[in-house]
Design a protein around this ligand. Sequence first.
Ligand SMILES: Cc1cc2nc3c(=O)[nH]c(=O)nc-3n(C[C@H](O)[C@H](O)[C@H](O)COP(=O)(O)OP(=O)(O)OC[C@H]3O[C@@H](n4cnc5c(N)ncnc54)[C@H](O)[C@@H]3O)c2cc1C
Length: 224
Amino acid sequence: MKEYIVKVMEISDVTHNVKKLHLEKPEAYSFKPGQATDVAINKEGWKDKKRPFTFTNLPDDEILELTIKIYDSHNSVTKAIGGMKKGDELILNEPWGTISYRGEGVFIAGGSGITPFISILRDLDRKDEIKDTMLIFANNTSKDIIMEDELADILGKDRFINILAEEKTEKYHHGLISKEFLEKEVGDFNRVFYLCGPPPMMKAVQEQLNELGVDKNAIVKEEF
Ligand SMILES: Cc1cc2nc3c(=O)[nH]c(=O)nc-3n(C[C@H](O)[C@H](O)[C@H](O)COP(=O)(O)OP(=O)(O)OC[C@H]3O[C@@H](n4cnc5c(N)ncnc54)[C@H](O)[C@@H]3O)c2cc1C
């Protein structure tokens, strides 16, 4: 497996526990919106600890961008990445991943499961192909919503639906995604559904979509 050593050019906060990294792009490195790669820190003791992360920028940008939720547990790779500085190095592999765009539809993301959709939505926006694309974004609280302003700009207020499990406010829906919630917000189920998030959410939403008549083949998914 080919490996690329890349330098961190910039690291900044996206939310209280999500960081954005801009990386040097190796020559001729290319990926499709939605794809990820295996990443390790180029430092003794970390080189074999590979974790998958998704590119959130556009393929023809001059840099690579990763958007990473930091888990604060002992020895987690994301915690070590969160502590990296400009000039530190990562090891990347070739891009891979099951999420790719198959046409206009409904994107459903939980937490950092938004990452494969960021590049896809930025790409659609750039090509002026957002049309009726809808995003349902599930988080615990409003401070967990990744890139809220940019997503609202891309999709418009009516097609960007946020639901929060642990916070009740006027501005967002409250609770977990349910069949009734999907029925009310989505209406038309004869569309492509894109699903990415933690395993319990993925399992629940797939069952709900199946009950609402969505064919398994119409669901493009990746478990985080
Ligand atoms: C194809 C693919 C692409 C991905 N892209 C991204 C991305 O762009 N950005 C991003 O932030 N993440 C992404 N992930 C998830 C990411 O790979 C994991 O969060 C990461 O591997 C955690 O590694 P760690 O060593 O920090 O945590 P570990 O040491 O493995 O775990 C630390 C703690 O966090 C918990 N934990 C770890 N991962 C998750 C999770 N996903 N959900 C809930 N709890 C978890 C564990 O239970 C544990 O308690 C992607 C996953 C896949 C499969």
